[in-house]
Design a protein around this ligand. Structure first.
Ligand SMILES: Nc1ncnc2c1ncn2[C@@H]1O[C@H](COP(=O)(O)OP(=O)(O)O)[C@@H](O)[C@H]1O
Ligand SMILES: [Mg+2]
Length: 175
């Protein structure tokens, strides 16, 4: 059977203290030894990976991201996409918060992947690597360059180029 190149993982986050204070209840359960969850009484969903509320940042990274970093070094493309409603734990999982103030084992995907990438590069002396980094926030309809906060939002645009690649253009730099 042909392997599907898209894998979907679900991560359940624990209730926050304020949610416990407000008497919120957990409405989702894992089915042990499967990659399935139950929402409410009987709605079952199946994923490629399931991470429960006690899952660690390391577990998520090792299972879902590490193999991608290895492939990346071998020349494959990889995309990781965090999807979910506000407050569901995307920023926590990708580690896009205040990285410098986060304890080692609380670090999310981005700092871990970057560290592994540079580790691999330092071990591969006979290969030339070029790294380009951009860090852009899409919020509602607006884009923000998080590495260049001076760039005004309206100067950033996501477009397709003539080859059909999706590119982010900064008109400030082009002018
Ligand atoms: N797996 C987790 N374990 C503990 N706290 C978490 C977890 N995921 C999210 N949180 C906390 O839940 C809150 C909302 O998460 P956040 O990552 O900001 O959500 P999002 O980016 O999806 O809006 C934050 O206070 C965050 O620290
Ligand atoms: Mg967020």
């Amino acid at each position: 059977m042909e392997e599907i190149p898209v894998k979907v993982a679900v991560r359940i986050r624990p209730l926050l203290s304020r949610e416990i204070l407000h008497n919120h209840h957990v409405c989702v359960r894992l089915i042990p030894h499967t990659q399935q969850i139950i929402i409410g009484k009987d709605r079952v969903f199946t994923f490629d990976f399931v991470f429960g509320k006690n899952s660690t940042q390391e577990e998520v990274h090792t299972t879902c991201i590490k193999p991608l970093v290895v492939s990346l070094i071998e020349g494959y493309n990889a995309t990781v996409f965090a999807y979910g409603q506000t407050g569901s734990g995307k920023t926590y999982t990708i580690g896009g918060g205040h990285i410098a103030s986060v304890a080692e084992d609380e670090r999310g995907i981005i700092p871990r992947a970057i560290q592994e990438l540079f580790q691999s590069i330092s071990e591969n002396h006979n290969i030339d690597f070029t790294i380009k980094v951009s860090y852009i926030e899409v919020y509602k309809e607006e884009l923000r360059d998080l590495l260049e906060l001076e760039t005004s939002m309206k100067d950033l645009h996501i477009r397709e180029d003539e080859k059909g690649n999706t590119v982010c253009l900064c008109f400030n730099y082009l002018e």
